[in-house]
Design a protein around this ligand. Sequence first.
Ligand SMILES: C[S@@+](CC[C@H](N)C(=O)[O-])C[C@H]1O[C@@H](n2cnc3c(N)ncnc32)[C@H](O)[C@@H]1O
Length: 475
Amino acid sequence: MSSILDKKKNKDKCQKFTPENIVDEMLDLAGYTHHLSGKKVLENSFGSGNVLVAIVKRYIEDSLNAGIPVSSIAAHLETDIYGVELDKELFRICIERLNEITNEYGIPPVKWLLFNENALTWKCDVTFDFIIGNPPYITYKDIDDDSRRFLKQTFSSCSNGKFDYCYAFIERSVNLLSETGKLVQLVPTNIYKNVFGRNLRSILLPHVDVIKEYPGEKLFVDTLTSSTVFLFDKSTKSPNITYADMTAEKTFVFLRSSLGEKWVFTEKEERKQRTTVRFGDCFNASIVVATLLNEAFLLSTDDVRGKGIEQAVIRRAASPKKMRHKVAEYIIFPYYYEGGIFHRYAKEEFEQQFPNAVAHLNLYKEKLDKRDVDDNIEWFEYGRTQALTRLNQRKLLMSTVLTNHAEVYELEADTIPYSGIFITVKKPEYTLADAERILRDERFVRYVKSIGISVSGNSKRITCKDVNNYMFVRE
Ligand SMILES: C[S@@+](CC[C@H](N)C(=O)[O-])C[C@H]1O[C@@H](n2cnc3c(N)ncnc32)[C@H](O)[C@@H]1O
């Protein structure tokens, strides 16, 4: 079979070597920084060895720091570091450079695991903790017929249309990673948008973790290619991807699920709105009523039966704890709604209309008078006016403390929540069922785990503000 490098033009175009500062950035991004002995690393188009030289230097320094004797380092290099390069001359240059390094450290001669082969047909039965490199980029029109046929048949990233030669390298590398392996590649940015890169993007989508772009910067002398470095981390389960514009020195995080057919990385407001929505823009998460003396206002079923308190001022009460244990509870609600509008009773009016409620509350008169209430509150009213105007509608109640899932209960319009957080619908296109689904979703639990305040063991406390600030993905 002919070689891709038979064409002089291909050789000139694809033999562009990675500058030292970018090599360092790539190794850092991969996490190729410490505890390197025993970790297998591959550079499968190593050229004159810019990436391998840096890998070998880091490997030796790290081994020395770990107290591995110089005499044993050669044996470790012979099992941990792999490389492939098709060009015979570059292969020779790289081996020379690596030998120079080992000589400098007084390391005995190394039988390098370097192969002068086509990396796409290279037989390999190990998997790698790290694969780091800058593969050859060769456009479809410059790929010979034999190679085109082979790539189409062998790699799904090359099965459609006018693929680039680098797609096959990326796919091969993904397939050679260990279960927790990390792949860092320096490639043209058009892999994110090219129509024929669709299959490649679906291979990358599940585990791509970081994307760096260098818009307007020429990383290679004499080329106009716009470059990107990405980290594909097989161990990542994160719903997020970190994006960095290295030229503008700007970084942001976006949802993996927000990437479409073409990968567009913008932090624009419209994109955020299209994909994620602030909970508080669609629902109201509010603090429940605060009587400041629950013992006076809360009633058991027996109280309701035995005390003759007027029905017009009794409502069902709800707290997450009582809901969990299915205990019926009632509350004196010294207010009323007319035409959906909240009203307070004047003192005389309340005392005249509800003598039995007044008799009951009078048992607690001293304590009621001592409460630190809001301004202009009568002795028989709740201590705070919060929540009262919005209560008279169907709502959800949730606990402020979450352990492994959100405890959510649906309440009738006339039920009065006195503990926890209550949620009502704000935007008419949403329903309480939507709110319940969002709050029960494991993404919300993960959010609470990251921002909540630890209370005990695995439990976290959250506030209404936390719930309102939650960004959910619009399904
Ligand atoms: C863009 S250069 C990068 C070299 C090196 N990775 C670096 O970053 O400096 C790509 C290299 O891939 C080599 N190459 C091209 N086709 C190859 C193949 N099928 N197998 C292995 N190496 C290949 C080229 O000879 C060239 O040295």
